[in-house]
Design a binder for this molecule. Structure first.
Ligand SMILES: [Zn+2]
Length: 746
């Protein structure tokens, strides 16, 4: 008997052990898989590295931040290309709050006298770095205006654990200006936590340990950050809600009702400024107080102290709080059979400066992909569903273009979207992929089919080798034994977030990297000269991205049955639950130990009496939570998944009307993972399984409502969330049962 779907394990064994492309295309029957393969072979032959290089050169020729002249020129250029390739293309315009710097001062008060240069030095080796008049200077977008003077405190990354450490050292940041180094969390967490702890200003600098000479030779000799390089970036409270701060949950169209700026809850109240390590050094050198713990030390040639003071900083920032147009380029290739089922593929094109890597490397690969898809359609490829290409504007400020577009078109998208495929930065190295776990099998099949540009193996084999070599002990053995590439869960940090977490559209985010390390991120040195020397010389990984993302687009558009694997999702949920149960048990045991250590005065006796040391306080014991609702819901899901698997074995014999009905239902499955209320404190995030962490920013929290309640030791909320997630999973399983019923003629 022919099967449309192959059991997961068999697919994987074929992919891996044979070392050549999988014969099986989930969602296609044998004949249609053969046709699909031959079109994909043609597709590959239409992708050219030199064209990707030309796109990168053209689109990064000038600084092109939101609202700039060249940003608009790029939008028009991308639009004209899509039209030329046969797409119905248009620009959707929105209007967002976008502050840019009017005044930036950072200086010491008293001795030693120092005024930060706040300037990146252009290099003759980097042609576009001297376009100074078109560049936005180093700043954190959505910092508050402010004029503050105070002693300085060094807070390491500025994450919750660092404030606990400071408390134990007797250091309080209330009324102070903090200085944090980049890393350890998404940047927006640093000023928010500083503000929560009563600080009046925040400085973020790039330490050479993570981002400079400690990593390798600095630019232009090598790729790493030189002493004047600055990382720009948004500090909008994206974990609360992304998009225009003035229009939470709805599109910022021309006449949309806007909040007053003071009522936008994702805006900071304190000023924050990013600086280079050359500018940071005198401030850090001026700090006294205790020497910081070893893991707080960077790579500047100084002894790092916590402060406060004696050095005092004066930070003065003023911004132009303008409303700027956002130009989203939207291009549709209509499907012949199911034009109202949309496969959406996006990448942003706006940058902080020239942005050859972020985001043009991804944008260029997407354009090459779209060009090839256009040609295939002209050559007679039958496209079953519609493909919608989206070139987003305003991503850097807080996913503005994608969020406003998806909020404006929410109803239509929830009705029509099959999946959303995102990319962003791209460079030499290994496949980096995350997404909805129903797309894990498809991801494995596609990764097995794409050749790595550097080694004569698939990108799947290279990724697996990289993961196995990086792992140790049991984890390494498990990875070797398991033939499946697990995809990551998605947090935030690029344009998939509104589709997945607000609208419940199954999503994938992918790119290559790991061998392309450098210090250009969000600086004037993210340029064509830098990219073509260090990030992807020859642009072969641009081709690899176009091949990989293009396969997602084409297979989702042409599969007879949508290639969602529910077993993968069930297994992943089961793992998350086991992990949460274990984490509560560990927390309980650790709390008992710590409380005993406090009670028996171990902390005090181990401390140096000549230094300030404040031991931790006793914590409430960790109760036993009831995970049974979740465990029962997942057990029921397992049954539903198995019944669906049996039913789908006979899918190929079904009439088109049944398959169409099935696909309509499958489209909606991810939607069932949304909860009406959304997450506690941040209702914009509605997905019950995936969200960015409230205290990690980009980093994901799975089963976020429950996991964060546990981390915050809010046991009542944790129990409520456990029940809520169980209900969401039960509804999801019930929906799958209906799909099984459709296949069984009910
Ligand atoms: Zn980007």
């Amino acid at each position: 008997m022919k099967k449309l779907f192959f059991p997961l394990a068999i697919v994987a064994i074929i992919c891996i052990s044979a070392g050549n492309p999988a014969k099986d295309y989930t969602g296609f029957n044998d004949a249609s898989a053969k046709t699909q393969r031959s079109w994909e072979d043609k597709f590959d032959s239409l992708l050219h590295a030199d064209e990707i290089g030309q796109f990168i050169k053209h689109l990064s020729a000038h600084p092109h931040h939101l609202g700039s002249a060249y940003d608009h020129e790029n939008a028009e250029y991308i639009l004209s290309k899509f039209k030329q390739w046969g797409y119905q293309a248009r620009i959707d315009t929105f209007y967002a709050l976008f502050p840019t710097p009017k005044l930036r001062v950072l200086e010491t008060v008293g001795q030693p006298q120092f005024r930060a240069a706040l300037k990146e030095t252009p290099l003759k080796e980097d042609a576009t770095s001297s376009q100074t008049s078109e560049q936005l200077p180093g700043y954190n977008c959505y910092s508050a205006d402010g004029d503050v003077t105070s002693e300085l405190v060094y807070v390491n990354w500025g994450v919750p654990a660092d404030y606990e450490e400071l408390a134990s050292l007797g250091v309080d940041v209330k009324g102070k200006i903090v200085i944090a180094r980049y890393g350890g969390s998404w940047r927006g967490i640093k000023p928010r936590l500083a503000q929560e702890h009563g600080a009046i200003g925040c400085i973020i600098y790039s330490d050479p340990k993570e981002d400079g000479y400690y990593q390798g030779d600095v630019y232009p000799t090598g790729a790493f950050k030189n002493e004047t390089g600055v990382q720009r970036g948004s500090v909008l409270d994206i974990p609360l809600y992304p998009g225009d701060p003035l229009t939470p949950g709805y599109g910022d169209t021309k006449n949309a009702k806007r909040l007053d700026k003071k009522d936008a809850t994702n805006l900071l109240k304190i000023p924050v400024l990013p600086i280079s390590y050359a500018d940071a050094k005198p401030f850090l050198q001026g700090l006294g107080g205790q020497v910081v713990p070893e893991n707080w030390r960077g790579a500047l040639p100084i002894t790092y102290h916590t402060g406060p003071g004696p050095v005092k900083a004066h930070l003065k920032l003023e911004f132009n709080w303008d409303i700027k147009p956002i130009y989203d380029v939207i291009a549709m290739m209509k499907g012949s059979d199911q034009p109202d089922e949309w496969v959406i593929r996006g990448n942003h094109y706006d940058a902080w400066v020239n942005g050859a890597n972020d985001p043009i490397s991804g944008q260029a690969a997407m354009l090459e992909e779209a060009q090839a898809v256009g040609q295939l359609v002209k050559q007679g490829m039958h496209l079953s569903r519609s493909i919608v290409y989206c070139a987003w504007d305003g991503e850097e400020e807080g996913l503005l273009g994608s969020t406003e577009w998806s909020e404006t078109n929410a109803a239509e998208l929830q009705n029509k979207a099959v999946a959303y495929i995102n990319s962003d930065v791209n460079g030499r190295g290994f496949l980096d992929i995350g997404g909805s776990h129903v797309l894990q099998t498809l991801s494995n099949e596609i990764a097995a089919d794409v050749k790595d540009p550097e080694m004569n193996v698939s990108i799947l084999e290279r990724k697996r080798a990289n993961e196995i070599i990086d792992a140790h002990g049991k984890e390494q053995k498990d990875l070797m034994a398991n033939n499946i590439m697990k995809i990551d869960a998605l947090g935030s940090g690029s344009d998939f977030s509104p589709f997945l977490q607000h609208l419940g559209i199954a999503s994938i985010n992918l790119g290559f990297g790991g061998e392309d390390n450098g210090g250009e991120y969000h600086s004037i040195f993210d340029s064509y000269d830098m990219y073509s020397r260090f990030k992807d010389p020859g642009f072969q990984y641009g081709v690899a991205l176009a091949k990989t993302a293009g396969r997602f687009t084409l297979r989702l558009a042409n599969a007879e049955v949508l290639p969602f694997n529910f077993h993968d999702f069930y297994k992943t949920l089961n793992e998350y639950t086991a992990e949460l149960i274990k984490s509560v048990d560990e927390m309980r045991s650790n709390t008992e130990t710590t409380n005993k250590l406090i009670k028996d005065k171990y902390y005090l006796l181990a401390a140096d009496p000549t230094k300030t040391y404040i031991p931790p306080v006793v914590k409430e014991p960790v109760p036993y939570l009831d995970f049974s609702h979740l465990q029962n819901a997942i057990a029921a899901l397992k049954t539903s998944v198995e019944q669906y698997r049996v039913a789908q074995d006979y899918t190929y014999t079904q009439p088109a009307s049944v398959i169409n009905k099935l696909n309509t239902m499958l489209c909606q499955t991810e939607r069932k993972l949304l909860s009406d209320k959304g997450l506690p404190v941040r209702p914009w995030y509605k997905h019950a399984i995936y969200a960015p962490g409230y205290y990690t920013g980009y980093g994901v929290k799975t089963m976020p409502g429950l996991r964060e309640a546990i981390e915050n030791r809010d046991w009542k909320l944790a129990q409520e969330q456990e029940i809520l997630i169980a209900k969401v999973i039960s509804d999801y399983a019930a929906n799958l049962d209906v799909a099984t019923g459709v296949l069984n003629g009910k």
